[in-house]
Design a protein around this ligand. Structure first.
Ligand SMILES: NC(=O)c1ccc[n+]([C@@H]2O[C@H](COP(=O)([O-])OP(=O)(O)OC[C@H]3O[C@@H](n4cnc5c(N)ncnc54)[C@H](OP(=O)(O)O)[C@@H]3O)[C@@H](O)[C@H]2O)c1
Length: 352
């Protein structure tokens, strides 16, 4: 049991991120002081939305300059904190060198933050934003899991530096986190393992999260001839923020938490947009044939290899979300609300 004093500041790494923004809003609304660790505290483009959140809430935000690959650079931000949220990690399919651009910042960055937490007296709990990607790579891994469903017991054994390196980066980063947690007794570790996060970004003009890129593709015509019936889990970004909040402040929180609301696929996600936006935007209304995807996929995006398509298209994703509902009382928004609220931001901001 770990009790966190809400009067003490709370560190959020990767504060400029899509997921972090909603977590910071949740903390500021509670009147908590947030230590926001960012790469470039002078970039107003990246932080103006956080300043606006702070201005409209009882909480306070303070910025600290930190980088995942700059060892010790999170220590100043951690001073005085009992609770550390480590959300920073690259989430993009636009990388050149998987080791340098994805795996090193994820794994060495996690070691950097958690080793500092061992040095800074007073840290009681660390919450790491891991991912369902640390549990599975492809929808077929759900089919192959015991009882056809992924749980917190399972680790990803199918991703590698060569195949789906983002999933590999999240797997080795979370493994590193547990290894460091076990090497000490000052703080406990809780991980939040979201599936694909969707819903409204608080900083739409500067968001580079892959979540946002996919949402844009649903409205820019990429899927106009059909969306792949590619099995995936989806969760609302606001529910992911609540999951983090509970993981930090619920004394009994422990271990890993699958944070996934819906076992769904890209076609269902597109169809959830049809009622509200289908008349004005080229939203997919049918499934893209698997043979066509196999033919063109590898030329569209390097992550859409034939192996990936074979293991995911027309294959159901299935995750067990009962632990977080039971232990942290999490309730999930309906898929339609998540998709519509997210897409509305793109419309309002003239991004689609
Ligand atoms: N979105 C999803 O579907 C999803 C699902 C499961 C798990 N997650 C996890 O959730 C976390 C946040 O992802 P997101 O979707 O919010 O993506 P995001 O908006 O791209 O946020 C990533 C954050 O990591 C920071 N970062 C990247 N490289 C860094 C480095 N070398 N040093 C310091 N900071 C660095 C970024 O800072 P800059 O702004 O300076 O680039 C940004 O604040 C990640 O750990 C991701 O793996 C996301």
């Amino acid at each position: 049991m770990t009790t966190i004093d809400p009067k003490k500041p709370v560190l959020v790494t990767g504060a400029t991120g899509y997921v972090a923004a909603w977590l910071i809003k949740r903390l500021l609304d509670e009147g908590i002081t947030v230590h926001a660790a960012v790469r470039n505290p002078d970039s107003k483009k990246k932080t103006a939305h956080l300043d606006a959140l702070a201005a409209n809430s009882p909480g306070i935000i303070r910025y600290f300059k930190s980088d995942l690959l700059d060892m010790g650079s999170y220590e100043a931000a951690m001073e005085g904190c009992e609770l550390v949220y480590h959300t920073a990690s690259p989430f993009t399919s636009d990388f050149k060198d998987a080791q340098k651009d994805l795996i090193d910042p994820a794994q060495k960055g996690t070691a950097n933050v958690l080793e500092s937490a061992k040095k800074v007296a007073g840290v009681k709990r660390v919450v790491v934003t891991s991912s369902c990607a640390a549990i599975y790579t492809d929808a077929i891994d759900c089919t192959n899991a015991p009882n056809g469903i992924i749980t917190e017991e399972i680790w990803n054994t199918t991703a590698s530096l060569e195949y789906q390196p983002y999933s590999y980066s999240k797997t080795v980063a979370e493994q590193k986190a547990w290894e460091i947690a076990k090497s000490q007794s000052q703080w406990d570790l809780v991980t939040i393992n979201p599936s694909f996060v969707m819903g409204p970004p608080l900083n739409p003009q500067a968001t580079t999260s892959e979540s946002f890129s996919i949402l844009k593709q649903m409205g820019d015509g990429t899927f106009k001839t059909g969306a792949p019936k590619l099995g995936i889990g989806v969760v609302d970004v606001r529910d992911v923020a609540e999951a983090h909040y509970q993981a930090g402040f619920n004394p009994a929180a422990h271990g890993r938490y699958i944070t996934s609301a819906h076992n769904t696929n890209f076609l269902e996600m597109s169809l959830a947009l049809k009622d509200k936006f289908g008349a004005k935007f080229p939203i997919a209304k049918s499934a893209a044939p698997k043979w066509l995807l196999m033919l063109v996929g590898p030329f569209i995006n390097k992550t859409l290899s034939r192996k990936f398509l074979r293991n995911n298209v027309n294959v159901a994703f299935n995750a067990d979300n009962s632990k977080i509902k039971k232990e942290l009382g999490l309730k999930f928004r309906p898929l339609q609300q998540t998709m519509e609220d997210g897409f509305q931001v793109l419309v309002d901001e003239k991004i689609v």
